[in-house]
Design a protein around this ligand. Sequence first.
Ligand code: PLP
Length: 822
Amino acid sequence: MLNIPFQDIAKALQGKIYAEKERISINISGAITDSRAYHIEENPLFFALKGPVHNGHHFIDDLISKGVRYFVISDKKFIRDDAAFILVDDTTKALQHLASYVRQQFAYPVIGITGSNGKTIVKEWLYDLLSKENRIIRSPKSYNSQVGVPLSVLLMDESYDLGIFEAGISQPGEMQHLASIIQPDIGILTNIGDAHQEFFASLEQKLDEKLLLFRDAKKLVCRIDNPLVARKAKEFCLQNKIEPVFWSTESEESTISFSVEKNAAYCQITAHYSAKYYAFQIPFTDDSAIENSCRCFAAIVALGKDPKSLLSHFANLQHVAMRLEIKQGTNQNILINDYYNSDLNSLTIALSVLKQQASESHKKVLILSDIQQTGWSLPQLYSKVNQLLQESGIDRLIGIGPDIGTNREQFLVHAEFFTDVQDFENRFDPHSIRESAILIKGARKFRFERISGMLQQKAHQTVLEINLNALVNNLNVFRGLLKAETKIMVMVKAFSYGSGDVEIARLLQFQKVDYLAVAVADEGVQLRNAGINLPIIVMNPERDSFQNMLNYRLEPNLYSIELVSEFAAGISDAGIRDFPVHLKIDTGMNRLGLKSEEEIKTCIELLQNTDKLKLQSVFSHLAGSDEEALDEFTREQFIKFEQTAQFIAKMLPYSFDRHILNSGGIERFPEKQFEMVRLGIGLYGVSQTGLQLENIGTLKSTVSQVKEISSTETVGYNRKGKVDKKSKIAIVPIGYADGIDRKLGNRNGYAFINGNTVPIIGNICMDMLMLDVSGLDVGPGDRVEFFGAHISVNDVAQKAGTIPYEILTGISQRVKRIYLQE
Ligand SMILES: *Cc1c(COP(=O)(O)O)cnc(C)c1O
């Protein structure tokens, strides 16, 4: 816990205090930046950060009403009499300053980790390996950003004796801030890949920037099997007088050298260090797990510990599920799996995801392990947890673990308790939970994945994984191209371009987009039933659905005179006034829309003559916003649109929004954003102009069977799969009925498996296809990616002779969607 007087913090931040006298000497117990996490501390200090979406200052009133009293702000007008404020120029910088101030108070060793991949895994594995001997404070989840790092370091206190923090950067110039916050004694450089390459001129520049984290470190742990990394790391250590702890799997010229022997289900690793040999096993066989466990061994050496006593722990290392998963459960349940750790901070965040994903009709159930938290007595801790559960509207608690059970009297919510997962499996009736949103939250050692396995719908091995963080990132990239006041309508038609409907809509609602657009009314009804209350526009309103549209407040796109008059007539008995409607103008696409001035005039006159309808917006659609050759045509569309909107404005006594840009339009003609834009494919990760968007979907499956064939044999229907030598074939349970275009067969399309790109061989079947995996180590159960991090949707579209839109929306409904969120 922090435990610093308010006035000392103000002094350290060189900020100005606005507070009553009795408040300034109060001890602050922790820093928060997320208004949802306020109950964790006794006297929390809220930093009002300004981000692309949320301005923390806007949460101050709400937090005060919930009892928070201490704030760091940069905007004077939010100061109130009933709370205490520190005014600074920049609240993010202030948070960072406070963290480096706190860091300096502690002399125990701190490990700083950076690199492109594996930071969180190395941090977690070191924690697992060392936590029997050390009391360790580490970054929660992958809190490694400009805000996450200071929040992590601010958790340091005298109850710990080792700190492990990770640092991530996306742009040059960021690392020096993180270096002065973490001030690592021991540095660990993990794998340098090309993630986040976009802002760096070269790999070398990226490496230089990452190494900055270690400029004041005493030792540096680094693999030297890549010549560039080896040269840079050596120079860096020499220049800054850092002791190198270099390691290699290829040469003996390093502090530690490893030899690796792969077996079917585990690896045997031998480390050669300081004239001794140390042998250990890890329960993994993939290269990145091998690399990360060698790295952990080297870190243990760097800490000055004798590795011998820790060797046996390597065999117990587990996969690190870093992200929260949202899945369909049995009995119409939704499962939210988060078995990474269990402290109040991460529980609070997971509860807010539960709230976001549960609809009104869902019961809210929490399956919770013992909480790991220092600083409070157990009764205090669990009464806090109870308070949190009550505030989150939890209907039923299932507590698992010795501590939570012995403190059961702290819980006022409906609760039952089990001593461990085994006890739960023996005594719990899975049919007693239905139509519920279930959060499964526990520290890793509780092995809650077993609970999830019990409650989960048995998924077909083929899934489409949707990364919700990437979606938010993409939304923010587009927000960055727009003025702050421009509204965003997100197109969630066609199952959100194949990525799922209610889950995506809930996230977008949380991210405060302004409008959602669906193709037909039924899609809108489904969203309303799931608790979405954002305005929703229906692009193709059908006459049969008018009543539903009124009942569910779905706003029609009126694209013809007939529709305007029929919708007005349909509404006449309902006693409704000012129902919001939209007019679509055809400026050259020659799809739906009003074209002639006469038509437009008649429609507006109809609107003038009724108080039942109110024109909410006027819009048009571009035919070729992504194609430079059509720019002249696009400009003509802009001119027609602007003129028409002006014409309509003259006829109506009130104002309305105008919008014409789709994703390609926003990227290429941001000056035409008017009052609103309509974001579609860009949100789902496809850019027409090379914008740095993150991939949101990964289509994957697993190998069912592997077989060898001779050069005279063939593969699949019509004997189309031919080979010219002895070959190895992997059969994968995904076919054209799942949305894999049949044109991708016969070595046209590819899949990614165990680090290799392999061709699809033969004709694609309805439910299966075959891959040529000759020469590769591939077996049943291995994962196969069809698009995702290694194969882009654009690429697949090109090979199939179509556009990414068709690939994304073509993934069939029988492919289960799984949602991941950090
Ligand atoms: C689908 C659609 C969009 C979104 O287009 P993207 O190219 O996916 O951004 C915008 N406006 C209308 C009318 C649409 O039908």
